[in-house]
Design a protein. Structure first.
Ligand SMILES: N[C@@H](CCC(=O)N[C@@H](CS)C(=O)NCC(=O)O)C(=O)O
Length: 243
């Protein structure tokens, strides 16, 4: 039977999109990715996306799936994937932790939208509480379930990646006291499917996105870029007079 044609409607930074891409990449499924601008949603996208959100998976140009968890589970099941356990209880446990990962993304949203330093640190504390809870549930070394990469890994990897950029701006170390998560995040960072979910310019793209936020982190991002531009100008060869 011919393989369906998959088109994923995406956004270059969206962590939920990354989950779907990681799932496709893990299973070597061919797909086309279309990145859209969420600030100016195209009419065709508004027509097909019931919630106006990405990711949306278009299958054979006629069936539309939305919600990243549903898309990933479908892709896994339709391709006899191994990204979820077959045992109903173990599978439910994995899906519960995918849901937990979504809550950490909500905390990250609070972090980058926090209007001032005080609310930023409140959001940071809520996020750190989540990491402590997660750490206490991580029993094995390796991926979430040990040896086998699963949809839980695909759900957390985009959140971990986001925090690397936040750390550059704030000097915070989110995983300083949660060693198992720190180890896990490093494993995920080098996984080919995780790397492929974003462009190589992701850190710069995220930085630009942050500079546009009217928030504490937005201010730090603007200062960071300003500082870098000044350094580049000072260090540029044309500014050094040859003796
Ligand atoms: N629960 C959804 C969340 C998806 C989501 O929030 N996508 C964001 C981008 S990361 C979006 O499309 N936002 C546009 C909007 O809300 O108007 C999922 O898991 O797919």
């Amino acid at each position: 039977m011919a393989h369906p044609q998959y088109t994923l409607i995406s956004h270059l930074l969206c962590p939920y999109v990354q989950r779907a891409i990681i799932t496709l990449e893990e299973q070597n499924i061919a797909y086309k990715r279309i990145d859209i601008d969420l600030a100016i949603k195209p009419d065709w996208f508004k027509k097909i996306s019931p919630l106006g959100k990405v990711p949306v998976l278009v299958i054979d140009d006629d069936t539309v799936l939305f919600e990243s968890a549903v898309i990933s589970e479908y892709l896994n099941e339709a391709n006899n994937g191994t990204l979820l356990n077959n045992d109903p209880l173990k599978k439910a446990h994995q899906k519960a932790w995918v849901e937990f990962a979504s809550h950490t993304l909500n905390n990250i949203g609070q972090l980058y939208n926090a209007p001032d330093e005080k609310s930023f640190h409140m959001a940071e504390n809520s996020l750190n509480d989540k990491w402590k809870t997660l750490e206490s549930h991580l029993k094995i070394e390796g991926y979430f379930n040990g040896q086998n990469f699963s949809l839980v890994d695909a759900a957390f990897a985009p959140a971990f990646r986001y925090l690397e950029v936040v750390e550059t701006l704030t000097q915070l170390h989110f995983f300083k006291n949660v060693k198992a998560i720190s180890h896990w995040a490093k494993l995920l960072q080098v996984r080919p499917s995780v790397k492929k979910a974003v462009s190589e310019h992701y850190p710069q793209q995220l930085m630009v996105f942050l500079t546009q936020r009217n928030s504490y982190l937005g201010l730090l991002a603007r200062q960071y870029i300003h500082h870098q531009q000044n350094n580049n100008t000072t260090n540029s060869p044309s500014n050094h007079v040859q003796a």
